[in-house]
Ligand binder design. Structure first.
Ligand code: TXA
Ligand code: MG
Length: 339
């Protein structure tokens, strides 16, 4: 189906809520990235999300709620530790995975018996969910495999003509997606690092990290982790370990000689190491919030500039750095150079 996609603003919440109630998809800003929303209780509406994104049907969606009461109606179990996390971090970038109630269609959960829930910390998202009087299933509003959208224009680039409407709320705050936490067992398991860090979570509940996304049986814990993600059209290469700057200069020269357009993505402190190449600045190493807010936009910008290769400097992996490195690693796929 081809849509005349409407670009809306915060003043059009009622119209956007009406579209959701009619079973259409609407993209909206959250505090992390833009989401592509649909009525979570209507499997036909949910099917439109998968069609618009080209998303594999076994990759489940996050259901967005405006209150804890609304979230609790969707699950069979609400452990005390989850209550503590919800009180501390909701509204905010934490998604909890719990056993689902039968009201949640299998289409939302990719056939799993669990559902992922969060309350987003963004006035437009909260107003929209409240006005629709529905829980809203919403993955990031990008074409499957592309970098997540942190601005309405990114959503437009990927989904214009494929969805009913986009609400423009300006650039999003965090820039990386929410932390996803499996709360069906103790210790809880970190499935995807995000804005709420492992260190934050461990102050309130026991949490272990999932090293690969796979059970020993081979069944994915969090189906999303097995797919290609966050990829620009340019080849992204992540350079880690010792003598990173020296290696990046060597790689830049090598690709440059082959006539390729090369960009380097790194923190501001490294800028002087790379004279003469396009520099995608992540902000200061001392404030990784800026890097998080910029990475997806910079990956898309590199494509817009026609770059063939993006050489990326590794960042520290603590706190928010864990989420940033997770996304950069996925953007690079197999192209990780370690020395
Ligand atoms: O910040 C965010 O989380 C954004 C905004 C829009 O809320 N949403 C987002 O959705 O990033 P998406 O679909 O791009 O990522 C959802 C992740 C996927 O890795 C998916 O596999 C995982 O959550 N997930 C969803 N339901 C799950 C479940 N029942 N069990 C395990 N993982 C689940
Ligand atoms: Mg996504």
């Amino acid at each position: 189906m081809r849509y005349e996609t409407k670009m809306l603003t915060a003043a059009d919440i009622e119209l956007a809520a009406h579209l959701l109630r009619q079973g259409e998809c609407v993209a909206f800003p959250t505090e992390t990235v833009y989401g592509l929303g649909a009525n979570a209780l209507d499997k036909r509406a949910v099917a439109k999300i998968y069609a618009a994104k080209g998303r594999p049907a076994d990759n489940p969606l996050i259901v967005h709620c405006h209150s804890q009461a609304q979230a609790r109606e969707l699950v069979r179990d609400w452990p005390q530790q989850v209550q503590k996390l919800a009180d501390a971090f909701w509204p905010g970038p934490l998604t909890v995975v719990l056993p689902k109630n039968p009201v949640v269609p299998a289409a939302v959960t990719g056939g799993l018996d669990t559902v992922a829930l969060r309350i987003p910390d963004h006035p437009i998202a909260l107003d929209l969910i409240a006005a629709a009087r529905l829980p809203v299933a919403a993955p990031s509003a990008n074409l499957s495999g592309r970098p997540s959208p942190t601005r309405a224009e990114h959503v437009w680039q990927d989904l214009a003509g494929r969805i009913a409407a986009i609400i423009d709320g300006g650039p999003t705050g965090w820039g990386v997606e929410s932390t996803v936490l499996d709360c069906t067992r103790l210790p809880f398991r970190l499935l995807r690092p995000g804005g709420i860090t492992l260190e934050d979570l461990r102050r309130l509940a026991p949490v272990e990290t999932a090293n690969s996304g796979l059970h020993t049986s081979g069944a994915p814990l969090s189906p999303g982790v097995k797919y290609r993600h966050y990829s620009p059209s340019a080849q992204a290469i992540l350079v880690t370990g010792k003598r990173v700057a020296e290696n990046i200069r060597r790689l830049a020269a090598c690709h440059g000689q082959k006539g390729k357009k090369v960009a380097v993505m790194a923190c501001d402190e490294s800028r002087d190491n790379y004279p003469g190449v396009i520099f995608l600045a992540l902000g200061s190493k001392a404030n990784l919030q800026v890097a998080a807010a910029r990475i997806y936009h910079l990956l898309r910008q590199a494509d817009a500039m026609g770059c063939d290769v993006i050489l990326i400097e590794e960042l520290p992996r603590e706190h928010l750095g864990r989420a940033i490195m997770d996304r950069l690693q996925k953007a690079a796929g197999p192209n990780i150079i370690e020395t």
